[in-house]
Design a protein around this ligand. Structure first.
Ligand SMILES: Cc1cc2nc3c(=O)[nH]c(=O)nc-3n(C[C@H](O)[C@H](O)[C@H](O)COP(=O)(O)O)c2cc1C
Length: 358
């Protein structure tokens, strides 16, 4: 049998196959950050469709860290009942589900505050005080506790894509001169505080994962060298899985090519080149790779060449929530063309997330 259908453990949970639905916000929660019933329907379909592990679209841990309209929250007990319905639908259909915890930082709608004042999309922003940073750390740990009450199997810290944690890791967005900024040891401080605070609340037996950039793709910004060091540090601290992604706050798309692998079988996976370096740093910590992966051939190569333990995908599951079952019955590649119409300005957030090329 293909390795793709072999189970694999992440801490205390056994994932039935090597497929992860990478966190994907539906942009469709109500004003209070409560998820709508269409979102629950989608997660039921994903679980029925055979994916081993689902990572819920990002959830804000405090209201001031809400990154966009339609983002779901886990900042208050009022968010729990609908999330509980969602996790129970996934479990009833033999799936596992992780809550992705996030804070928008400089991207937040109500309070554009991050490591330092930095112009983002033309908006004025401000630097967080130390007291506010500790409030955020506490909010992450309380959100993790709420995630367990809501029935999630674990949590993933969102440390990628230019949001708050990724902003602190970036020497461009983080110009602080105190213990939270400057050298990489200080820039990783927030991530470690958050990780330790979550562990303090939920204990050691619940999987705590991290999504991290292999590269911000910004000139003189967070690089593969920095990423390797952060992964070494967080794995030593006991994180139970790493998901490798890319793209930070000052990204330049023309720099993405440096993360690709020269290996023909792996080129489809946008960050496979950098992932091989992160793999060495992560050692035995389970690792997932996301971005661009579409064909079974590439998936098999990623596992066979020991680049990662899990194949993580987002857009293919928007097109075909049952993509894993389709692979099991012989489909060789995703029908997703990465056209990005689903996230175009005219559509995203105006209706429930869906593929428009059916
Ligand atoms: C509609 C949409 C929503 C997304 N929401 C999130 C999110 O909530 N958290 C996150 O870490 N990444 C999010 N992403 C990024 C994906 O998880 C993934 O990293 C990216 O789409 C690349 O993978 P793919 O090529 O398989 O789509 C989102 C992507 C899309 C298309």
């Amino acid at each position: 049998m293909s390795l793709l259908f072999e189970p694999f453990r992440i801490g205390s949970i056994e994932v039935k196959n090597r497929f992860i639905r990478s966190a994907t916000t539906s942009y469709w929660s109500d004003k209070r950050g409560i998820i709508r019933s269409e979102i629950i329907d989608l997660y039921r379909k994903l679980a029925r469709g055979g994916v081993g592990l689902i990572i819920k679209g990002h959830l804000y841990v405090m209201h001031s860290g809400k990154a966009h309209v339609g983002m779901a929250g886990i900042s208050d007990d009022l968010h729990i009942p609908q999330l509980k319905k969602l996790t129970s639908e996934v479990h009833k259909n033999n799936g596992k589900i992780i809550a992705q915890l996030n804070h928008g930082g400089l991207y937040s709608v109500a309070d554009r505050a991050g490591p330092s004042a930095y112009v983002v999309q033309g908006h004025k922003t401000r630097a967080l005080s130390t007291e506010e940073i500790y409030d955020i750390v506490k909010a992450f740990s309380e959100a993790a506790e709420r995630a367990l009450v809501a029935g999630f199997d674990g949590v993933q810290i969102h440390g990628a894509h230019g949001y708050l944690i990724s902003q602190f890791l970036s020497r461009l967005a983080n110009r602080r001169t105190d213990e939270w900024g400057g050298n990489l040891k200080n820039r990783v401080h927030l991530l470690l505080e958050i990780y330790n605070a979550i562990r303090g609340k939920v204990g050691n037996h619940i999987p705590v994962m991290l999504k991290i950039n292999c590269d911000d793709f910004s000139p003189n910004g967070f690089s593969i060298k920095d990423s390797v060091k952060v992964v070494e540090t967080i794995c030593r601290s006991g994180i139970q899985a790493i998901e490798v992604s890319g793209g930070g706050i000052a990204r330049k798309d023309n720099l993405r090519a440096r993360a690709r692998s020269l290996d023909q079988e792996l080129t489809e996976a946008s960050f496979a080149g950098h992932a091989t370096e992160i793999r060495k740093a992560a050692q035995s910590t389970p690792m997932a790779l996301v971005n661009g992966i579409r064909s079974v051939r590439c998936m098999e190569a990623i596992l066979g060449k020991n680049v990662a333990d899990f194949i993580s995908m987002s857009r293919p599951f928007i097109k075909e929530p049952d993509f894993v079952k389709r692979i099991e019955t012989g489909q060789e590649a995703s029908a997703c063309t990465s056209c990005n119409i689903c996230i175009s300005k005219e559509i995203f957030g105006k209706m429930m997330l869906q593929c428009h090329l059916n």
